[in-house]
Design a protein around this ligand. Sequence first.
Ligand code: GDP
Length: 433
Amino acid sequence: KPVVAVVGRPNVGKSSLVNRIIGRREAVVEDVPGVTRDRVAYDAAWQSREFTLVDTGGWETGVSGLAEMVAHQAEYAARAADAVLFVVDATVGSTDADEAVARVLRRAGKPVVLAANKVDGELQEPDALALWNLGMGEPFPVSALHGRGTGDMLDAVTGALPEGPPEREEEPEDAPRRIALVGRPNVGKSSLLNRIAGEDRVVVDAKAGTTRDSVDEVVELGGRPWTFVDTAGIRRRFRALQGADYYATVRTTTALERSEVAVVLMDVSEPLAEQDIRVVEQVVEAGRALVLAFNKWDTLDEERRYYLEKEIDRQLSRVSWAPRVNISARTGRHTERLVPALETSLAGWDTRIPTGRLNSWLKELVAATPPPVRGGKQPKILFATQAGARPPHFVLFTTGFLEDNYRRFIERRLREEFGFDGSPIKLTMRIRE
Ligand code: GDP
């Protein structure tokens, strides 16, 4: 989602305008320096265009002097945002602070929409026109108080946003979810598919895809259909066509590309192999939901079980968030547990956290455990937004580099707070140098 930052000096009506745009009357806090707000970012939409609205009034900049402080905020904002909504009090006219902001914004090169606020009626219209002198283009006369003029202003704001990627066509609600069944040779993929889908399953969906053998099968599990993608490489009757190497690596890649969730099958009768871990990593890198399935459980004795647990701790700790099922394709043991595990992982993968909730949580977290000082400076996290789901992707806007450790800490706490079981999480930073 694109980010729109609202900048301006205190008391011009930023918060009121923010509330007007998001259509709520909550969270209005006076623009008193030093008063920290609960939130700084909100989900907003205008004419079905969604964006994240950031109220920079809550940002502390550590600079004294009003003009410097506001200019500093504007500079952060311009870096972090895709567009800037610059709010000026038309009844006061442009002040030194407003002009400082204008200078910063002109340099920043981001699209700016100038809101001439407090134009409550025709009487104040000329005041708005006077703001042409800021050199920020056409001033949009608005009244945050009454809502006057905000439609035209929002048209300008959404018009200034970069064209997003074309909205992905919504999948029909009941489309079967797509599963990739992956794992190194001989772990039991073919046996498992046969166990749950039957040996002579009719191929219902053969796509002329990138490879001649991308064949999908729709299988009913737990009362609903699921699509197993690219099953030709798994089915034993096709195997003669492919070498083991092809099967292990290329197939995994193409299957992952076309899937939403991956079941990584492993063989507990042998030590976990490097290749098992590689497949798991491929899933994480592809950003797919993940279920770990430990097959051939029927072969397990006490001793092997002991070592297996050690191997899992040692080699799969990176994906400790993934649900695990212990199954036997041969006996059918616990194969029905695949379905709830798949559902858990897909739910985590689909999750979206509203921007306001994300930021009130983050604010508390950062207050309790600030990022470590680096090069004598305390990096600040200004706000966060979830840029997307499937898998969840978060962008942190910061004033400095966050150490890997600290990012991992944030990821861990995100998981504790919001779930995401079974899904990788992407966390990226946008830094103001
Ligand atoms: P794939 O290469 O991953 O498709 O593995 P296969 O399904 O061809 O299985 C490889 C071997 O493991 C075959 O000999 C299977 O009979 C055997 N196998 C598969 N699943 C199980 C299981 O749950 N328990 C036992 N004991 N053997 C299994």
